[in-house]
Design a protein around this ligand. Structure first.
Ligand code: NAD
Length: 506
């Protein structure tokens, strides 16, 4: 064990002790809350599946209490000036930076993500707050739309208390990405974190208090999706649900919210293509292909899990790829050297492993990996895996595996690859590598996805729209798109006093 890993483990143990000493509860109306029934569930670390402590299982009553608090806090928070909200949200960002090390370590131990990525995730979380803090004063802005004898202008107002339901893959970053714009818009929030990774959400709740958010503006209820999550989507006080998670769950969210006519924004799964043409910048494309599936344990919605490689460079590219994949460092998530950590949970680990059998059954080649890394102990360690000789019809090319697993498929020409890339239920992202700029544009326009990168891995631009098409989701986050979701637009029409009013009964 390296000195650095030993030191990190020690630090993490200190940060994690409190979750062992006392069950992690909810945060409702500015106070920690141990739940109406006191039932708990065990939270384990993927490092060795040992306990990180108990977590309170939210009930319908707990959700009701949180939603009522959010409803009562809404009027004052939404009426606070944008400038004041901006100040509080900047304080929030500052406090995240102060606790960045703790957040990164807790997150790594809770969901298995390597510390090298989690350090950045904590800072990204604070950037999300800063970005939307700066936008808070302009959130109400609308348009002025002129007619000959009338002036129309629009303004936006916060929609009301909202529910935010997040997954386990990068829980801290995603929670900030969904909640910061809601607060900047003037909404109050009830957050339901994923049951596999509840810890960093409690740090956020504490930061909300310290930053000076009034009681009831931020509420967190832990627990399971089919009880706490479901009740949140059904609660009449909640006007909109921001959801990130699996496609099937997204459809439940919409159905559960329908009787109360809830607005829903669902960011769902993906089976994203990366297309590498013969003329691509070989080294840059290789770096990006490796990064976009093996970073974050492959547990990222935007990962490029289908590699389409043109036949002219196929042999050379796959040879280089195999070498790189076989050298990826799997290990303890707190080891700064680790590139792939353990998968979040044994159930997810089993699911990812099952695709190795699926690949073999359909005669794809397991070119690298394809097995548990038992040599690393009792955690959910899985060897980075590359399937070759695959077709787009195979299960490994159709289903979201959500692990460090890449399926490579050969192609001849543009037309063929567009057809294969789009032959999927999903449509979140696409990536194209070519030095021919015209082809880059043609491909970007032809790929059915909410976001396409040409000659780049996924990079972040906070004002840009983020979201998917087809079964990858409905709605967009980012910049003003987030405000469009969390706010209502009102049109106000004022006459110049010159137009003719139709006369009746005279
Ligand atoms: P999941 O759908 O199983 O769970 C997500 C959240 O929904 C959890 O908090 C869960 O408790 C809750 N939930 C489950 N059933 C519910 C119900 N009936 N009502 C209300 N809430 C319910 O997803 P996951 O396994 O935690 O996350 C992985 C998935 O998230 C992958 O499919 C991934 O692609 C997707 N994801 C998408 C994006 C994106 O931006 N498109 C980003 C990250 C992750």
């Amino acid at each position: 064990m390296s000195e650095q890993l030993a030191e990190n483990i020690k630090k993490a143990e200190n940060y994690l002790q409190r979750y062992k000493d006392q069950a992690t509860g909810h945060f409702i109306n500015g106070k920690s809350d141990s739940g109406s029934e006191g039932r708990t569930f065990e939270n384990v670390t993927p490092v060795d599946n040992s306990s990180l402590g108990q977590v309170v299982e939210g009930t319908a009553e707990d959700i009701d209490k949180a939603c009522t608090a959010a409803e009562e806090a809404f009027t004052d928070w939404s009426r606070l000036s944008g400038k004041e909200r901006k100040k509080v949200l900047h304080r929030f960002a500052d406090l995240i930076v102060v606790r960045a090390e703790e957040i990164a370590m807790v997150e790594s131990m809770d969901c298995g993500q390597p510390i090298r990525f989690m350090k950045a995730a904590a800072i990204r979380g604070s950037e999300n707050f800063r970005f939307f803090a700066d936008k808070a004063p302009e959130a109400a802005n609308g348009q002025s739309l002129h007619q000959d004898e009338h002036l129309n202008y629009t303004k936006r107002t916060a929609i009301g208390p909202v529910g935010v339901i997040t997954p386990w893959n990068t829980p801290f970053m995603l929670a900030t990405w969904k909640i910061a714009p809601a607060l900047a818009a003037g909404c109050t929030v009830v957050h339901k974190p994923a049951e596999f990774s509840p810890l960093s959400a409690m740090i956020l709740a504490e930061v909300s208090k310290e930053a000076g958010l009034p009681d009831g503006v931020w509420n967190t209820v832990n627990g399971f999706g089919d009880v706490a999550g479901k009740k949140l989507t059904e609660h009449p006080a909640i006007k909109a649900i921001g959801f990130v998670g699996e496609t099937i769950t997204g459809s439940y969210i919409i159905a559960q919210g329908a009787p109360t006519l809830k607005r829903a924004h669902v960011e769902l799964g993906g089976k994203n293509p990366v297309i590498v043409f013969d003329d691509a910048d070989f080294d840059r494309a290789l770096d990006a292909v490796v990064f976009m599936i093996y970073s974050l344990n492959g547990q990222r919605c935007t990962s490029s899990s289908r590699l389409f490689i043109q036949n002219g460079i196929k042999e050379r590219f796959l040879t280089a790829l195999k070498e790189r994949v076989s050298k990826i460092r799997v290990g303890h998530p707190l080891d700064p050297e680790t590139e792939v950590g353990p998968l979040v949970h044994t159930s997810h680990f089993e699911k990812v492993l099952s695709y190795v059998d699926a690949a073999k059954e359909e005669n794809a080649t397991v070119a690298v990996g394809g097995e548990a890394r038992k040599d690393l102990g009792s955690g959910n360690y899985f060897a980075p895996t590359l399937f070759t000789d695959a077709s787009n019809q195979m299960k490994i090319a159709r289903e979201e595996i959500f692990g460090p697993v890449l399926t490579a498929i050969a192609f001849d020409n543009e037309e063929e690859v567009i057809s294969m890339a789009n032959d999927t239920n999903y449509g979140l992202t696409g990536y194209v590598w070519t030095k021919d700029s015209g082809r880059g544009i043609r491909m970007a326009e032809a790929i059915e996805a909410g976001m396409v990168w040409v000659n780049s891995e996924n990079n972040r631009n906070l004002p840009s729209p983020f979201g998917g098409v087809k079964q990858s989701g409905i709605g967009r986050d980012g910049g003003d798109y987030s405000f469009e979701f969390y706010m209502e637009t009102k049109n106000i029409c004022v006459a110049h006093g010159t137009h003719t009013i139709p006369v009746l009964g005279k």
